[in-house]
Ligand binder design. Structure first.
Ligand SMILES: O=P(O)(O)OC[C@H]1O[C@@H](O)[C@H](O)[C@@H](O)[C@@H]1O
Length: 329
């Protein structure tokens, strides 16, 4: 089911649960879209910022972390969920941290073609952020169209397709990432796999380049890194919850990994002390080598995240399930 602005779900009593998209306003009057899939997974997207502010499994458990002190009001992005960093990730450039797309009003995209409809068994939302001549930013003054498709289902997986088109007479360059706050029970019991032997820029050491030595990334203190040229699959393993998040990505060669730990977390006014233990940011992106688009050119990146119930620990992920999971993003 694809969404248009006026659409609401219509579940007839004689039919089983279906995918649906509903629009409503949150307590602050901001527009949100609620996606539901037939298995009972759901996601919430704030149209301001195009930010995914909830993703829940069929039991209603949060799969994404959102701070209890998050401020659901512009102008700052909401602390948690999944944030679109565009046209700049973090401080990798001259403009504001994480760029401005997370601070602008996105609209429902009436024409996501040539993307085909997502299919009846999945809830899907197409958004667009346009910058035209009249509303160009002072610092990054190019016209563009950023299209985002968010898809949920049919197995509760979250799929994102991002497309950026240069509608300006001049070429432009950007970096991009999906800053994704995964909800974890205890950061000390989390492993990130797939980054071993990969090079990373260490934000805590003047962005110097190092090589990951361990057989997985584990956490004992602050981490602020950008892993470069990473494999297409990364796993975030939460031993305590017995859940593994599997990220499959295409067009996003890099992956930021961030946890502020105790001291830095205290300096963040929209993060409760101690909440750093329950989040890990893994940020698929194109960061180290900025993307350049000539007039009329389009870039596309795809990301799919699924959750796998696991007694899984290293090496026991069902490879067939993971490998077959990318086709339908
Ligand atoms: O506080 P902000 O602006 O949301 O940024 C949070 C973090 O975001 C991460 O993506 C960056 O790598 C960190 O350096 C940064 O501290």
């Amino acid at each position: 089911m694809s969404a248009s602005a006026a659409e609401t779900s219509a579940v007839k009593p004689d039919e089983g649960p279906r995918a649906s998209v509903q629009f409503r306003q949150d307590a602050n009057g901001l527009d949100v879209a609620i996606l539901k899939d037939p298995r009972g997974f759901s996601a919430q997207v704030h149209l301001h910022g195009g930010q995914i502010t909830a993703w829940k499994n069929a039991q209603g458990e949060d799969l994404l972390f959102v701070s209890s002190k998050a401020v659901f009001k512009p102008p700052k992005p909401i602390r948690g969920g999944m944030l679109i960093c565009f046209p700049q990730f973090s401080n990798f450039g001259m403009i504001e941290q994480h760029g401005f797309a997370c601070n602008q009003s996105w609209a429902v995209d009436p024409d996501p073609s040539p993307l085909p409809p997502a299919g009846d068994d999945r809830a899907s939302l197409d958004l667009i952020l346009k910058q035209s001549n009249s509303d160009k930013q002072k610092i990054w003054s190019y016209s563009f169209e950023f299209r985002l498709r968010v898809v949920l289902g049919p197995e509760g997986e979250l799929g994102l397709t991002a497309r950026v088109r240069n509608t300006d007479p001049k070429a432009f360059t950007f970096t991009i990432a999906f800053q994704t706050y995964f909800s974890v029970r205890d950061i000390s019991e989390v492993r990130v796999e797939g980054l071993e032997t990969t090079d990373y820029l260490d934000g805590l050491q003047n962005s110097q380049l190092f090589t990951e030595q361990g057989d997985a990334l584990t956490f004992e203190g602050e981490v602020d890194r950008v892993y470069v040229n990473t494999p297409t699959t990364i796993a975030v393993i939460d031993h305590e919850k017995k859940t593994t998040f599997v990220l499959k990505k295409d067009g996003f060669p890099d992956a930021g990994v961030w946890n502020p730990w105790e001291k830095k977390a205290k300096a963040l006014t929209d993060l409760e002390d101690g909440e750093y233990k329950h989040m890990i940011c893994v940020q698929p992106g194109s960061i180290q080598k900025p993307i350049t688009l000539k007039p009329g050119e389009e870039w596309m990146g795809r990301l799919k995240i699924l959750t796998v119930f696991s007694s899984y620990h290293s090496g026991r992920l069902d490879p067939m399930r993971v490998l077959s999971s990318f086709d339908s993003v």
